[in-house]
Design a protein around this ligand. Structure first.
Ligand code: SD4
Length: 321
């Protein structure tokens, strides 16, 4: 039981084997009229502002998270998301995003080019189709058919940096510097006490053409279970995919871990595979349904923005790696 914070130890049901926890019989408390928004990194502050405006007008968590991350997607100075995102090794900006609502619905796009708001395309995939995920040319066609405009997302700044990278590093480095991890994940709880989440990124700078990370993968870059909590990830997506990171954090919370312990365990699981050392960064944020917040990262430098009780603040996370 150490490091666990069981909601009610005696009421957790076990399946026949007696070893697998399935569902808390004692649900995590639903809290109404106390909206919260939690986002990754410093651009999370503006995303949170936009999301909280929606929640303060009695909007849904789904509308809030979409609106929040759209701010980052439209900001050319945010070089890991949407417009102005760093390109792949060939100079193409390719975007990944996903969204989940409080009913467990999900939509996702990956390897999408020339569309500034992949999160809204992902939401349309969720709303208008029976599918969860569209990629590449198919995702772009779907976006154009649904009213999205084609535009060049490669800003002069990102182009110049890419050209510099080609001159300096491309021979020895297949996917670019790993110190620029600024994917935005935004998680929200609305006045009804319901949760949603959104995650959007241009992925790792100078990645191989066609590479897709964790951010559009349900259960890796993002997971929402309205009975338990919402979780988002940032950092080297390959490691998050291999550990089903966000799903893992939600499932640990289901088993009684606090939001913080669940995030730490998910990071530790990656670290253990690296024998405790890593030269890459991973960060998680978690919003438990009752409002408890968790976060964890391998290295110092990760930040999260939390907006609750009329205060929107940026926090530094101490790395555990
Ligand atoms: C990816 N997780 O594509 C993303 C990168 C990231 O901040 O988080 N950047 O692997």
């Amino acid at each position: 039981m150490k490091r666990r914070d069981f909601i009610k130890t005696g009421t957790i049901s076990l399946v026949a084997s007696g070893s697998i926890l399935t569902q808390c019989d004692s649900p995590i408390k639903k809290v109404k009229n106390n909206p919260i928004v939690l986002s990754t990194w410093d651009h999370g502050i503006s995303a949170n502002n936009s999301a909280m405006d929606i929640l303060n007008n009695n909007g849904t968590a789904l509308d809030a998270v979409e609106s929040g991350v759209r701010v980052t997607e439209a900001d050319p100075s945010s070089q890991s998301v949407g417009l102005g995102g760093r390109p792949d090794q060939d100079g193409h900006v390719t975007l990944d995003a996903c969204i989940m609502d409080s009913d467990g619905n999900a939509g996702s796009v990956a390897f999408l080019r020339d569309i500034k708001h992949p999160i809204s395309v992902a939401r349309k995939v969720m709303k208008l189709t029976d599918h969860v995920m569209l990629v590449g040319a198919g995702a772009k066609r779907f976006a154009l058919e649904n009213g999205f405009q084609e535009e060049n997302l490669l800003t002069d700044k990102s182009k110049e940096e890419w050209l510099q990278w080609k001159r300096d590093n491309s021979v020895k480095d297949s996917w670019g510097p790993n110190d620029e991890h600024d994917t935005i994940s935004t998680l929200a709880r609305d006045n009804e006490g319901n949760l949603s989440g959104a995650c959007t990124t241009s992925g790792l700078a100078y990645k191989l053409h066609g590479r897709v990370g964790d951010s559009p993968i349900i259960g890796a870059g993002l997971y929402v279970d309205n009975e338990i909590g919402a979780v988002g990830a940032t950092g080297k997506g390959e490691e998050v995919i291999k550990t089903c990171g966000s799903f893992l954090v939600v499932e640990l919370m289901r088993q009684g871990y606090s939001a913080m312990d669940a995030c730490e365990e998910a990071v530790n699981r990656i670290l253990r595979k690296q024998s405790g050392k890593s030269d890459f960064q991973i960060g998680y944020i978690a919003l438990r349904k009752d409002g408890q917040v968790g976060f964890s990262a391998i290295h110092d430098g990760f930040q999260y923005a939390l907006y609750k009780k009329n205060e929107n603040k940026l926090y530094d996370v101490k790395g555990i790696g």
